[in-house]
Design a protein around this ligand. Structure first.
Ligand SMILES: Cc1cc2nc3c(=O)[nH]c(=O)nc-3n(C[C@H](O)[C@H](O)[C@H](O)COP(=O)(O)O)c2cc1C
Ligand code: SF4
Length: 606
């Protein structure tokens, strides 16, 4: 009873800290998880009661996000990154080593509640894996020596903030700078110019630059900002009054193999915030959000520091740079481990404290976004580039690149290469040039744009990075000839099956079926019919799914099946039908009990 009373008080403090705002439910639950190691039934009930919410909504949110749990996760919650590049760097062996040292099953919490070890989707440290999160904080370059140290710190019950700081070092690994990384904008410089020109002129600069969104889809940024501003202006006569627009920076960066936004936020966040503020000036927004993926918790306080400094310098807050009525501020909202929240409408749902389920589109966020108001959602790199364009002009930017892809693109290069890291290239660069720069040898193929993108083979290295040819959000994973394409497709397919939000049947069931079928083939039980089924099912999931996740989930399978049919064929056990379930194997125990192992006691399944 006394304990419940003190828990109730602690919960009230957390709720108060977030202004009892139901839109901040995810932040509240994150704090509860961090303080109590889980969100208990009592916590759910108390939050529901105090915030006037339905308890089922709270349960639904807890169940949706990987970093929230209704059962205790262990005082030290260790999550090892399960991305393909971490595997290539030895994450499975590392997980097994840690698990054995701590005497805990993978995916379990130890009986004494001290520690839990589990796997998690890509943590965005692909250039310095294998990586893990301990109580949400990233640790990279895991080795046997680091595992020894971590296990000892956990057994000795050393508080996380007393662990050696070098364990938590995250490197930038910037390998190649061009027009953007090479000439960063000084804080306030783009805003100065934007305020010196009138709104129309600065929006013409963005238009002239032909900047396209860097999150993957490549939508024209000037058009997005214009639609949002128009939508807000048209609402002036509404009975509810003008709908104030919002600016949202999508820093969810969950696509395996992508980490360029992490580096921008770590080292160039001032310029990202500057781009958001220029956007706010153009569309008339007063409030902005950075939706920061849960895995980048280590960036949170650093970003808060940069925001505080910008407020101090008059670059955020009221009457920015002395311009009367130009009021804008930015709040950081942290995700909680759900790849789907990178999809802009799911992101907005999450910002509103809900499960990250993609909305029906149209209407699009530019007219019906956060709280139903006009909202610009742009990628971190888009705002970063927009700040430079506001300062240097649209023509400066558009002079670089190709006809339909202007400027430069940041790539997160990782996998089998000597120099993984961030590379900035003018659009139109060939794949061969990138491979040479990053020191890739004997390359089998490349996954461009992450699992949802395209796999290209060694016959395609003269292709170009550009919307006209190979579009990418920034992920560039190199695989050499020692790698197995079926295993690569398998890792990506498991990722999608795990990350499907479950809202629509073609994706929820389809990704699970694709995973099972590929497991069957990968484990050597495949038959020719399975390949045809894989392809048929993949095309169905692509065409029938509700959002981009389902529509791209079969890409790894379809791309590799098309390019390497002989590798898949070679993995088949038989060209006849082979059931997914090994009935004869399952009856082995019964045969042993009956003491029979003659031919008649075995079942033929062909
Ligand atoms: C499953 C899924 C995940 C996505 N993840 C991200 C992401 O992490 N970051 C991002 O900027 N865009 C992501 N997007 C694209 C966004 O929906 C949206 O197009 C983008 O944020 C718009 O910004 P941009 O125009 O600057 O590219 C994702 C889309 C889908 C379908
Ligand atoms: S396609 Fe997948 S992720 Fe998208 S809404 Fe459907 S179930 Fe959710």
């Amino acid at each position: 009873m006394v304990q419940q009373e003190s828990e109730r008080r602690a919960l009230s403090c957390i709720i108060d800290r977030h202004g009892r705002d139901t839109n901040r439910l995810l932040s509240i639950l994150r704090d509860v998880q961090s303080e109590f190691g889980h969100v208990s039934g009592f916590a759910r009930h108390t939050i529901a009661e105090q915030m006037g919410l339905d308890e089922t909504r709270i349960r639904g949110v807890v169940e949706f996000y990987s970093f929230l749990s209704s059962r205790p996760t262990g005082k030290f919650d260790v999550r090892i990154s399960d991305s393909i590049t971490d595997h290539m760097a030895g994450s499975r062996e590392i997980a097994e080593l840690l698990r054995r040292k701590l005497d805990v099953g993978l995916g379990e919490t130890r009986n004494d509640g001290r520690v839990g070890v589990t796997l998690t989707s890509c943590t965005g440290m692909c250039d310095q894996g294998p990586a893990a999160l301990v109580n949400g904080h990233a640790i990279t370059r895991l080795s046997a020596a680091r595992i020894d140290l971590i296990a000892k710190l956990i057994e000795d019950d050393v508080a996380l903030d007393a662990w050696p700081a070098e364990l938590f070092a995250v490197e930038d690994n910037i390998r190649l700078k061009d027009m953007l990384l090479g000439t960063p904008v000084q804080p306030g410089a783009s805003l100065d110019r934007a305020l010196a020109l009138d709104r129309k002129l600065i929006s013409t600069e963005i238009e002239l630059s032909q900047l396209r969104g860097r999150g993957g889809a490549g939508f024209n940024t000037a058009a997005k900002w214009r639609y949002c501003a128009q939508s807000s202006e048209e609402s002036v006569g509404y009975p509810t009054g003008r709908l104030d627009p919002y600016v949202v920076c999508n820093a969810d960066e969950g696509e395996p193999g992508t980490f360029k936004d992490r580096v921008l936020l770590q080292t160039y966040s001032d310029q990202v915030f500057e781009g958001m503020t220029v956007c706010a000036y153009l569309i008339g927004a007063k409030q902005g959000f950075v939706y920061l993926r849960g895995e980048y918790l280590y960036l949170h306080s650093r970003l808060e520091g940069v925001l505080a400094e910008r407020r101090r310098r008059g670059l955020l807050g009221k009457n920015i740079l002395g311009r009367k009525g130009f009021d804008f501020d930015i709040e950081i909202r942290q995700g909680a481990g759900a790849y789907i929240c990178g999809e802009e409408s799911a992101l907005i749902e999450s910002l509103e404290g809900k499960r990250g389920v993609p909305r029906n589109r149209p209407p699009y966020p530019v007219t019906h976004g956060y709280l139903g108001k006009p909202t610009v959602v742009n990628n971190v790199e888009t705002f970063f580039a927009a700040a430079a364009i506001a300062l240097h002009g649209g023509e400066w930017f558009a002079a670089v690149g190709t006809e339909k892809s202007k400027g430069t693109k940041l790539l997160s290069v990782c996998g089998d290469c000597a120099r993984p890291g961030i590379y900035e290239y003018p659009f139109g660069v060939t794949i061969a040039r990138i491979l040479e720069d990053c020191g890739a040898k004997s390359t089998l193929g490349i996954q461009i744009g992450g699992p949802s993108g395209t796999f290209i083979s060694d016959k395609e290295f003269d292709r170009k990075l550009a919307y006209e040819d190979l579009a990418t959000g920034g992920s560039f994973i190199v695989f050499d000839r020692t790698r197995d394409v079926v295993e690569i497709a398998r890792n990506f397919t498991h990722f999608f099956a795990h990350e499907s939000c479950g809202f629509c049947t073609p994706c929820r069931v389809g990704t699970a079926l694709l995973k099972n079928l590929l497991d069957k083939i990968g484990d050597g039980h495949g038959a020719a019919g399975d390949l045809a089924e894989l392809s048929r099912l993949g095309r169905f999931v692509r065409s029938a799914s509700h959002c981009g996740l389902g529509q791209t989930a079969a890409n790894p399978i379809l791309n590799t099946l098309e390019r390497y049919p002989e590798i898949y064929q070679a993995r088949l056990k038989t060209i006849d039908f082979e059931p997914g379930f090994d009935l004869d194997g399952a009856l082995a125990v019964a045969r042993r009990l009956a003491d029979r192992d003659d031919a008649n006691a075995h079942l033929s399944q062909s």
